[in-house]
Design a protein around this ligand. Structure first.
Ligand SMILES: NC(=O)c1ccc[n+]([C@@H]2O[C@H](COP(=O)([O-])OP(=O)(O)OC[C@H]3O[C@@H](n4cnc5c(N)ncnc54)[C@H](O)[C@@H]3O)[C@@H](O)[C@H]2O)c1
Length: 323
C-alpha cells in the first residue's frame, strides 16, 4: 500500500454502477481524487444509480461527470479535471441476454467507447489503465479452471464478443504507445448494489415476495460467484501494481451449480424456494470457473469471501434498503 494518494486523480467510468460505485468509494476513502464518468444509462432504473452515488457526491474528492463515454467532448472534459494519473474503465452495456437483441449498442459503448478512452489515456500519459472485462470471454470452454492464456476466440454472445474486442484494443494501445494496461476478467460479481437483472438480486427479490424462481436449464450450469469486496480489492491491487500489460482473472474459484445456488439463496432468505424450470437461454455459458493463480502471483490477491457469508451480507443489505 502506498503512503499517500493525495496527488492521485483517477477517472472511474461507470462510477454510478454496481462495481464502479464501490470502487469509487474505496478510492475516495483512501484519499484518491475520483472523476466519476457515467451516463446513467436506462438499462436498469437510473434512480438506483443516483442512489449508488448519493454518498460519494457529498465528498469533495469525488466529482461526477454525467455523460457518455462515446462522446469525445465528455471524455475530454473528464481528462481536463487536473492531471489524470489513471483510468479504471468499468462503464459498459452489461448483461448477456439483452446483448442479443441490441448488439450494435453494445459495440458502440463497449468497443468504440473503450477505444475513445484508450486514445485519451495515451495522449494524457496516464500511469495505468484498468479495463473491466468478463469471464464471458471464455465462451463455452470445457477446460477448467479458466486460465488467462486459454483461447478466447469463441465468444457466444454479442456482449462477450465486445469484451474480447475491448481486450484486443487494450493490447494494441499498450503495444503501440506503451500504455500500461491491466485487463481484469471479473467472474459473476454479487453483493450490495448488485445489478437488479443479475441472478442473486433477482432471486432474493422473488423469494422475499413469495414468488417462484425461474431456473434456466436443468440446474447443472455453474458460476463462480465473486463477492464485490474481493473484486474491489483486486481492482485496487491491479491499479497500484507496476504491471505494464497483463490479463488477470478475478473470481472466487469456487463454482457452484445453479440449483445449489438457488438452495443457498433460499437458505439465506430463510424460505423454501418454488422453482419454475425454463429452457436454457441462448448466449448463456454453461460454466465459469476462474484460475486465480495469476492474481495470487502478480497481485498477491485471493478471494476471501465465502458464498454463504456473501449471501448473508447481500440479504442484510437488501432488507435494510427495503426499510
Ligand atoms: N457484475 C458482473 O458480474 C460483471 C461480470 C463481469 C464483468 N463485468 C463488467 O464490469 C463493469 C461494471 O459492471 P456492473 O455490473 O457494475 O454494471 P452496471 O451496469 O451497474 O455499471 C455500468 C455503468 O456504466 C454506465 N454506462 C453504460 N453505458 C455508458 C456510456 N455509454 N457512457 C457512460 N457510462 C455508461 C451505466 O450507466 C452504469 O452505471 C462492466 O464493464 C461489466 O461488463 C461485470
Amino acid at each position: 500500500m502506498k503512503d499517500s494518494y493525495s496527488d492521485s486523480t483517477i477517472i472511474v467510468t461507470g462510477a454510478a454502477g454496481f462495481i464502479g460505485s464501490h470502487v469509487s468509494e474505496a478510492l475516495v476513502q483512501r484519499g484518491d481524487r475520483v472523476i466519476g464518468l457515467d451516463s446513467f444509462d436506462p438499462y436498469y432504473d437510473p434512480a438506483i444509480k443516483r442512489h449508488n452515488v448519493s454518498g460519494l457526491i457529498e465528498d469533495e474528492r469525488f466529482e461526477l461527470i454525467e455523460g457518455d463515454i462515446r462522446d469525445p467532448e465528455t471524455v475530454a472534459d473528464a481528462f481536463d479535471c487536473g492531471r489524470i494519473t489513471g483510468v479504471i474503465h468499468l462503464a459498459a452495456r452489461a448483461g448477456v441476454r439483452p446483448s442479443i437483441a441490441d448488439p450494435i449498442d453494445y459495440v458502440t459503448t463497449n468497443v468504440e467507447g473503450t477505444v475513445g478512452l484508450l486514445e485519451a489515456a495515451r495522449r494524457s500519459g496516464v500511469k495505468r489503465f484498468i479495463f473491466g472485462s468478463s469471464s464471458s470471454v471464455y465462451g463455452a470452454a470445457n477446460q477448467v479452471p479458466f486460465s488467462e492464456d486459454q483461447r478466447i476466440d469463441r465468444p457466444i454472445s454479442p456482449y462477450a464478443a465486445t469484451k474480447v474486442a475491448g481486450e484486443a484494443h487494450c493490447y494494441t494501445h499498450h503495444h503501440l504507445y506503451d500504455l500500461p494496461v491491466v485487463v481484469l476478467r471479473f467472474f459473476t460479481v454479487y453483493g450490495p448494489r448488485q445489478r437488479p437483472d443479475l441472478a442473486i438480486n433477482k432471486f432474493v427479490r422473488l423469494l422475499e415476495a413469495g414468488e417462484a424462481i425461474p431456473q434456466y436449464g436443468d440446474g447443472s450450469s455453474s458460476r463462480d460467484y465473486t463477492f464485490i469486496n474481493d473484486i474491489v480489492r483486486g481492482v485496487l491491487a491491479a491499479y497500484d501494481s507496476d504491471l505494464n500489460w497483463e490479463i488477470i482473472n478475478l473470481g472466487s474459484s469456487a463454482p457452484i451449480r445453479l440449483d445449489e445456488m438457488i438452495g443457498a439463496v433460499a437458505e439465506a432468505v430463510g424460505v423454501e424456494p418454488r422453482i419454475n424450470v425454463m429452457n436454457d437461454q441462448p448466449g448463456d455459458v454453461p460454466r465459469t470457473y476462474a484460475s486465480v493463480e495469476k492474481a495470487a502471483r502478480l497481485l498477491e490477491w485471493s478471494p476471501e469471501w465465502s458464498l454463504a457469508d456473501g449471501l448473508a451480507e447481500f440479504v442484510r443489505w437488501y432488507r435494510d434498503r427495503q426499510e
